[in-house]
Design a protein around this ligand. Structure first.
Ligand code: HEM
Length: 579
């Protein structure tokens, strides 16, 4: 059975062990129970919560003792309103995909500090937004903090044996295999310029509202596939594969990726007993069928190309794509496909999220948008977008960094200890003891919005803070949108090339629109019902720490990545001054 490696031991501990222990009690003390059927029944029923509570107390006792022996302290444990902190579990489950998860974390950190243990159902669950802890986890004790076998087990059918789904030596193998392919020399803005140009000119300009977040999701998918495989999968494009099955898979690829991500996300949320929720069907079968149908002929063709290239003296070809470099390095078809799926997962949503928030901020803070466009006009003019041009755009880079600081596409990350670890604290003091086989949620978004790290103007959108040598060591270490340490994002050069190119072309498009007296504005009236941000959050008092202290105008949620609830609805509107 799928997932049985973790399920059976868990079932033994929670379902079999308690009555077994109670049976031992009844056998050793027959005089107490013989003839008292209801007492026995009650004993069996109570054996479950009692064993749970005893196990929980034993683990707390052992952890505290171990902490003391190492000169450390316990990580502060949250004291919920209900036994075993069940209220936290319920709040967590209810808030699910909403940004209220972040809200709960803020409230808890106000009470317990930047690192605390929610300890739901007697199981340690550490959460931290302390830069010192994040650095410790992602860099200083890197080998000890892994994605873990449990995650691998839940994502295996989707990510197979890919970089995202591996640790230790296997991860090192993937990383060293793929690193050279992400080098900036293999990524040129000219690959994306026509595509982004077509995207921008397809946007409605007659005042009709449109959800640009959704459109950017498609664009990010298309650009990732274009760079990885050379296939243009945008509408009306001509492809090297033509079968009707493949055409169908091409159309459904984005949806299939989202579905597969949701299934894995749900498994992670349910925890060890996820296989029990999939006894009658495997929800990954359909999306994986689509994803594999899409990639298989593309991989087959790349392998044929590689075979034809072999033996040729100078096989380095300008038109080589990520897939060709993979085929050059290995002929393992499954490995190649797994890597493509992993990179697609890593790139599509993060890129779409960053582009979405670049536009959101452009509409929200027109003054900074104006500075961005002035620089683009000055540096890039109307010429070809090249790496030299993008390198010159200092304000643009600062703008992107500031977007990533306030709206990190991956707002939370998670790791698991192999062995116990001693967590530091930014405020000094004794280290905190974290047991082995325990998960920690790294709350990047809270760290990047923390006044203790970024100063009192933390919630202001201020690209200037990134210009020159403006950033302090504390701030530099408090920015982890690309992750940190050996597992830092491999796709950064790709992502920045696309984002820079996009902003240049967008700026030119906005200039053209301006000549026609139109500007891009929020279309709040078009926001689907129930997704508009509550009005009370638009003030410091009403927001109570949400919505960047009342600065946001749209409801930001932590979905698969950071996103805007209901979509980012905008329109090209006639400027008031022209009316
Ligand atoms: C703004 C866009 C992006 C952001 C903010 C971002 C951020 C991140 C983060 C936070 C991680 C660590 C994830 C983890 O620890 O589980 C990561 C890993 C990774 N990213 Fe990105 N990413 C972006 C775009 C991309 C793109 C476009 C690609 C590929 C073309 C890519 C490829 C990867 C890969 C392969 C990894 C795995 C690295 C490893 O495990 O060693 N990313 N990225």
């Amino acid at each position: 059975m799928k997932g049985s490696k973790f399920l059976y031991p868990a079932l033994f501990k929670t379902v079999i062990l308690p009555p077994l222990l109670f049976s031992l009690v009844t056998i050793s003390l027959p005089q107490l129970f013989n003839g008292f059927f209801f007492l026995r029944l009650l004993g069996y029923i109570l054996s479950f919560p009692i064993t749970y509570v005893i196990r929980s107390h034993i683990s707390v006792f052992l952890s505290t003792r171990q902490a003391k022996s190492l000169g450390a302290i316990d990580i502060p444990r949250v004291k919920g309103r209900w036994p075993l902190n069940l209220d936290i579990l319920v709040d967590w489950a209810k808030s699910g995909s909403e940004e209220e998860v972040g809200r709960m974390m803020v409230l808890l950190s106000r009470k317990y500090g930047k690192t605390y243990n929610t300890r739901v159902l007697g199981e340690d669950q550490i959460i931290s937004s302390d830069p010192a802890v994040l650095k410790h986890v992602l860099l200083e004790d890197f080998d000890n903090f892994v994605k873990g076998d449990k995650f691998k087990d839940r994502a295996e059918a989707f990510l197979g044996d890919g970089i995202f789904n591996s640790d230790g030596e296997r991860w090192k193998f993937h990383r060293s295999l793929m690193r050279p392919f992400f080098h900036t020399s293999h990524i040129s803005p000219t690959l994306f310029t026509p595509h982004i140009g077509r995207f921008l000119s397809s946007l409605p300009i007659n005042g009709e509202p449109f959800d640009i977040q959704k459109e950017l999701g498609k664009l990010a998918l298309e650009m990732a596939i274009l760079w990885m495989t050379g296939e243009d999968i945008s509408e009306n494009s001509i492809n090297s594969v033509t079968s009707s099955g493949w055409e169908q898979a091409k159309k459904s690829l984005g949806g299939a990726m989202t579905q597969a991500q949701k299934v894995v996300g749900k498994r992670v949320k349910i925890g060890t007993i996820w296989p029990l929720f999939e006894l009658t069907h495997d929800p990954l079968l359909d999306p994986m069928e689509t994803i594999r149908t899409f990639f298989q002929p593309i991989v087959d063709r790349a392998i044929t190309r590689e075979n034809n290239r072999q033996g040729l003296e100078d096989s380095e070809d300008e038109d080589m794509h990520f897939i060709d470099r993979l085929c050059e390095a290995t002929d393992d078809t499954k490995l190649i496909t797994d890597q493509l799926i992993n990179v697609l997962l890593a790139s599509r949503d993060t890129l779409a999220s960053c582009l979405t928030f670049c536009i959101y901020v452009l509409c929200l803070h027109p003054e900074e948008g104006r500075k961005l466009r002035d620089e683009i006009r000055f540096v890039a003019g109307n010429g070809t977008v090249t790496k030299d041009v993008t390198r010159e755009m200092r304000y643009c880079r600062a703008y992107i960094n500031e977007v990533l600081r306030l709206y990190p596409p991956v707002p939370l990350n998670i790791r698991r200890t192999l062995r116990p670890s001693l967590l530091p604290s930014s405020s000094g003091g004794q280290p905190m003891y974290m047991p082995g086989s325990t998960s920690i949620i790294l709350a990047t978004i809270l760290m990047q919005r923390d006044p203790a790290v970024w100063g009192e103007d933390v919630n202001d959108f201020q690209p200037e803070r990134w210009v020159g040598d403006g950033l302090s060591k504390r701030e530099r270490e408090g920015f982890m949108s690309w992750n940190y340490g050996p597992r830092m994002c491999l796709g950064q050069p790709f992502a920045l090339t696309v984002i820079n190119t996009f902003l240049i072309l967008l700026s030119r498009h906005l200039d053209d629109m301006e000549k026609a007296g139109k500007s891009l504005q929020f279309a709040l009236d078009a926001q689907p019902q129930g997704t508009a941000m509550p009005l009370s959050w638009q003030t410091i008092e009403g927001s109570d720490g949400r919505a960047r202290d009342g600065r946001d105008r749209m409801w930001v949620v932590a979905d698969v990545v950071l996103a805007i609830k209901g979509g980012l609805w905008v329109r090209f509107e006639k400027d008031d001054k022209d009316e």
